[in-house]
Design a protein around this ligand. Structure first.
Ligand code: AMP
Length: 396
């Protein structure tokens, strides 16, 4: 069996490598990951020391996973590619939430898939997501589904300004959004986003943004990392501080309660992140990600067990690792352009993580974790690294 563009899947016997030598069946379990971006790459980097091998389904070449496992080059909705990908896997998972639900269901006939496709369905549609939060008693800011211009006007009347208009599907990192502050903003917002199913939500005057990364095992066991503080620039995560400074323990309890409820409802297995707005009265859920998350990257160097390792432990039915933070960590995203790596490594407290992606304006191409005894110390190091960033770096 040859796909013509990638090596023989591991775990099958009697195959030929492109070099023509016989391939031994894998002695190690093979984990399949749909998607070949940086989250897949970092998952593999966490799993190889655990004796795991990885296979990815990824249409694009080159991709961040090219050197960390076998890559099946194929579209996510191509049954032949899915079949090749799924064959002989110990378990399949995904590293982004816009995997077609039908593809995940197709894979379920071939192998075990975690998290279950129901979580994808919820995360792919902002309306389902918000309805899910509401049904489960998880506070969220007021919202209305909008299809037509008349509905937009009526929803604005009800929710008031400022408000955020968002596409229900395929929005991420602040894309597919428009802010409506004054009446003159309505027309440009409609021109930009109209014609698709939309969601209008009230603008939240938040104190800060927090997120909770948690993991749920096969038997329903649950572990959560501390809430972290996120700073976004133009809708893209810029910096995470872990744990969130000056955190009221009540907020941690509330967040864990909400996320646990959500995971239990979905029968979720694996790592999940939920982003919150902190407001005067507590927390408002903004969105959930049914996967490892950028605001959990600090755990690679700053926690006993990383979010990636815990995701793998969960989906393989292994005991979960401790989610305790080691010290204080500040994670800085590297967008668009990289600083000189030596400038980062010159800082003894900094760990660099590059994704193997070519620089492009606004693109996430790496991150740095600075682990220190205090937030102030970590922020000083981050400021020095930011000063070394080339002029083209940052969001666009
Ligand atoms: P999202 O794609 O929904 O996570 O939005 C990206 C970022 O835009 C959030 O992290 C916030 O910084 C900002 N944002 C999104 N929705 C709202 C809102 N309703 N009120 C205030 N800020 C928002």
């Amino acid at each position: 069996m040859s796909n013509g563009s990638g090596p023989e899947p591991a775990g099958t016997s009697g195959g030929e490598t492109p070099q023509g030598t016989a391939r031994e069946p894998s002695v190690e379990p093979v984990v399949g990951v749909v998607g070949g971006g940086q989250l897949g790459r970092m998952t593999a980097l966490a799993g190889v020391p655990m004796g795991l091998r990885f296979r990815f389904l990824e249409p694009k070449s080159p991709s961040p996973v090219d050197w960390v496992g076998e890559v099946i080059r194929g579209r996510y909705d191509d049954p032949a590619a899915l079949e090749r990908f799924g064959h002989g896997l110990a378990v399949a998972t995904y590293e982004f939430e816009n995997v077609p639900v039908e593809a995940a269901q197709f894979l379920e006939r071939e192998t075990t898939v975690h998290p279950a496709p129901a979580a994808l369905e919820m995360a792919q549609d902002r309306l389902r997501e918000k309805d899910g939060f509401t049904r489960l008693g998880i506070p969220t800011n007021p919202y209305r589904a909008v299809e037509t211009r008349q509905e937009l006007e009526a929803a604005l009347e009800e929710l008031g300004r400022p408000a955020m208009l968002k596409t229900r599907r395929m929005g991420y990192d602040g894309k597919g959004q428009a802010r409506i502050v004054e009446s003159g903003d309505l027309e440009p917002a409609w021109q930009k986003l109209g014609g698709r199913p939309l969601l209008l939500e009230s603008f939240v005057d938040f104190t800060r943004e927090l997120s909770l990364v948690a993991v749920r095992g096969l038997e329903g066991e649950f572990a959560a990392y501390p809430l972290v503080e996120n700073v976004h620039t133009q809708g893209i995560l810029h910096r995470t501080t872990a744990p969130a400074p000056d955190l009221d323990p009540i907020l941690q309890d509330q967040a864990e309660g909400y996320v646990r409820r959500l995971m239990d409802e979905l029968g979720y297995v694996g790592t999940m992140a939920v982003e919150f707005f902190q407001v005067e009265g507590g927390l408002l859920a903004n969105e959930m990600a049914p996967r490892v998350h950028n605001s959990g990257h600090w755990t690679q160097d700053g926690a006993v067990t990383s979010q990636f390792e815990n995701h793998l432990r969960a989906i393989l039915g292994l005991p979960l690792g401790s989610t305790e933070p080691l010290k204080w960590t500040v994670m800085l995203n590297l967008l668009g352009e990289l600083p000189p790596v030596e400038a980062v490594l010159h800082e003894p407290l900094a760990h660099v993580h590059l994704y193997g992606k070519s620089p492009r304006p606004g693109r996430k191409i790496g991150h740095v974790n600075v682990v220190a005894d205090s937030v102030e110390e970590a922020l000083k190091v981050v400021a020095r690294i930011e000063a070394a960033m080339p002029p083209g770096a940052g969001p666009v």
